[in-house]
Design a protein around this ligand. Structure first.
Ligand code: GTP
Ligand code: MG
Length: 307
């Protein structure tokens, strides 16, 4: 978005704004007036893109967050990835393919944080796209809204932009190379974000995008572009809560099993078992649930003390 850069907010005047990019020791603030300013911050101050702030004499104060999206990285540390978001756009492509568990864990994390997850299948122009999209539909069509798009041809983007145009703030996640920045560039041609080299199978590239940044969309709504991360580790989820947010288990009414604390494993009178029998839950979805369930159980003790 093209806005005037301002050297410093008027001395003694408190201004409200939103954090639109984080550069480590400085953050870029977009004020309600439309002006922008870089403000120095401590590296570990914990501010993230989407934070509402006030700035007075170059001092930044963070205002309370409405929502907070968190993930655990591969070293087990918890990272807040964005604040005050409405939608999590999980971007996937037929090349590179999502890493195992990535989609499920992103959806679970979004639901835990009260964000609406949507699945964005990019690169529909590739020959591999039909089979991939069919698989995605089979697995997720009953769980969340899906947009099949191509940043290259612009195909399908109108549906996505009119969805976001309701005034939603969305955050794009997806492994590196799926086309998050390319999508933003096609939606907002003025942005000209850096995009990666043509993806070649088997060659895991480095991140092209290195800083998360928030952009207003021409048709309304806002979108955060992020550096790709290959894992979306769950944070603070219990085995009790998993079934309530797991994609594919939307038909399981909470409290409908015979035992109130049913974990949907081998308990008698389990609604999930009955829904598998009647083909209302796919066996493949159940296996994915068990895998995450076991990871949470195994990880509980390990991660609890490492926040
Ligand atoms: N064929 C095709 N290629 C695409 C499409 N969208 C993106 N690409 C290509 O995919 C590669 C990666 O695109 P980026 O937009 O940099 O991907 P990213 O998800 O932002 O990657 P990181 O910033 O590293 O996380 C580039 O070579 C793009 O030209 C698409 O719809 N179709
Ligand atoms: Mg990028």
């Amino acid at each position: 978005m093209k806005t005037k850069k301002k050297k410093s907010a008027g001395a003694g005047t408190e201004q409200k704004g939103v954090l639109v990019a984080h550069h480590g020791i400085a953050v870029d603030i977009l004020f309600e007036s439309g002006e922008r300013q870089m403000v120095k911050v401590k590296r570990r101050a914990g501010h993230v893109v989407g934070d509402n702030v006030t700035v007075l004499n170059q001092r930044l104060t963070r205002r309370p967050r409405r929502t907070e999206l968190r993930r655990r990285n591969s070293r087990g540390s918890v990272r807040i990835v964005g604040a005050n978001l409405d939608v999590l756009g999980v971007v996937v492509s037929p090349m590179p393919l999502p890493t195992p568990g990535y989609i499920d864990q992103s959806i679970i994390s979004a639901r835990q944080a009260d964000l609406t997850p949507v699945l964005i299948i990019n690169k529909e122009d590739l020959v591999e796209a039909d089979a991939f999209t069919a698989k995605m539909r089979e697995t997720y069509a009953d769980s969340l809204d899906m947009f099949v798009v191509s940043a290259k041809t612009g195909q399908g983007l109108e549906a996505l932009t009119s969805f976001l145009g309701q005034g939603l703030r969305a955050f794009f996640v997806g492994i590196t190379g799926v086309g998050k920045s390319s999508l933003l560039n096609t939606i907002c041609p003025a942005l000209d974000l850096k995009v990666g080299e043509i993806y070649e199978a088997g060659k895991r590239g480095c991140n092209t995008t290195t800083v998360s940044s928030l952009h207003s969309l021409p048709g309304g709504g806002e979108l955060v572009d992020t550096p790709g991360f290959n894992e979306f580790g769950l944070v603070d989820i219990t085995t009790e809560h998993l079934a309530e947010v797991f994609p594919g288990f939307e038909n399981v009414m909470p409290g409908s099993c015979r035992f109130r604390d049913c974990r949907h494993r081998t308990e008698p009178g389990c609604t999930v078992s009955a829904l598998i029998e009647s083909n209302d839950i796919a066996r493949e979805r159940y296996d994915a649930y068990i895998e995450i369930f076991d990871q949470i159980k195994a990880g509980d003790a390990h991660f609890r003390n490492r926040r």
